[in-house]
Design a protein around this ligand. Sequence first.
Ligand SMILES: NC(=O)c1ccc[n+]([C@@H]2O[C@H](COP(=O)([O-])OP(=O)(O)OC[C@H]3O[C@@H](n4cnc5c(N)ncnc54)[C@H](O)[C@@H]3O)[C@@H](O)[C@H]2O)c1
Length: 306
Amino acid sequence: MAQDPVLLFKKGLSFYICCDICLIWRNIVISKPILFLSKAGKLCVPAMNVNDSVTKQKFDNLYCCRESILDGLKRTTDVMFGGKQVVVCGYGEVGKGCTAALKAMGSIVYVTEIDPICSLQACMDGFRVVKLNEVIRQVDIIITCTGNKNVVTRDQLDRMKNGSIVCNMGHSNTEIDVASLRTPELTWERVRSQVDHVIWPDGKRVILLAEGRLLNLSCSTVPTFVLSITATTQALALIELYNAPEGRYKQDVYLLPKKMDEYVASLHLPTFDAHLTELSDEQAKYLGLNKNGPFKPNYYRYTFPC
Ligand SMILES: NC(=O)c1ccc[n+]([C@@H]2O[C@H](COP(=O)([O-])OP(=O)(O)OC[C@H]3O[C@@H](n4cnc5c(N)ncnc54)[C@H](O)[C@@H]3O)[C@@H](O)[C@H]2O)c1
């Protein structure tokens, strides 16, 4: 491997950076093989899992998608959101961002989930948690955000109403079973870039966006401010691994130290003219914290401000 850090490749929003002492990544897709290598004891360099840093998950997944879901849908379909019935599959970070944006625009939003905790969160945030089959005939828009496969099946696409929109904000192109739509009885009509009408024999049309790939990466812009946060997280991970004294990091997978996550956030606060409150000595002692952080334990879950 090279002496200096090298950008191995860039795909969509994902950067894979490698240097002679470390490996960092910021994408859930690459985390599985690296974790597998690590478990098998076959990782030959230390690796930093930036994907699971708070400053990646809570900003790229949540706030970025909260903005780009509307942008992607508008640019491709010019749909009006008020009063539309939308089902969002998956109430993780991406799902929370999408539902919040659509709710704010006056859409009637349903959520599907497999996880009781996320389902309960959705209920408390004011969304009806349903099975997709319960609402499939009535919804105007389906958005997948699960990281899973075949979340929307051909059978369900058959039952969607005329003019409904189906798109994916989650994983790759696996969430909607697009392959099942490529059969002789269905006609595909490309109405504009990234927008296909799939036409059933009775004339029903379903609008498929980006052929089931990620809507925002294919059809909208992504806020540069969020990219700045993620890029800063990556750069700090690289610097940390590069500068770390011998032995701090072994051939294993690590999360970015909490203090660095906090540093990434603090670098972006001046944009908002935000002023942090400093702990007094007495308060720091009372809470058992260092005045300069970290301010939260590693297990702390930053809640979603709905
Ligand atoms: N579009 C983007 O810009 C963007 C940004 C970040 C992440 N992502 C991708 O979006 C996906 C979700 O990311 P996340 O951070 O929200 O993950 P997450 O794990 O927080 O949320 C996914 C949720 O989907 C639920 N789920 C899984 N299978 C389901 C099913 N069959 N039906 C209903 N719910 C199901 C899970 O229980 C989970 O709560 C990932 O694939 C991620 O790589 C996309």
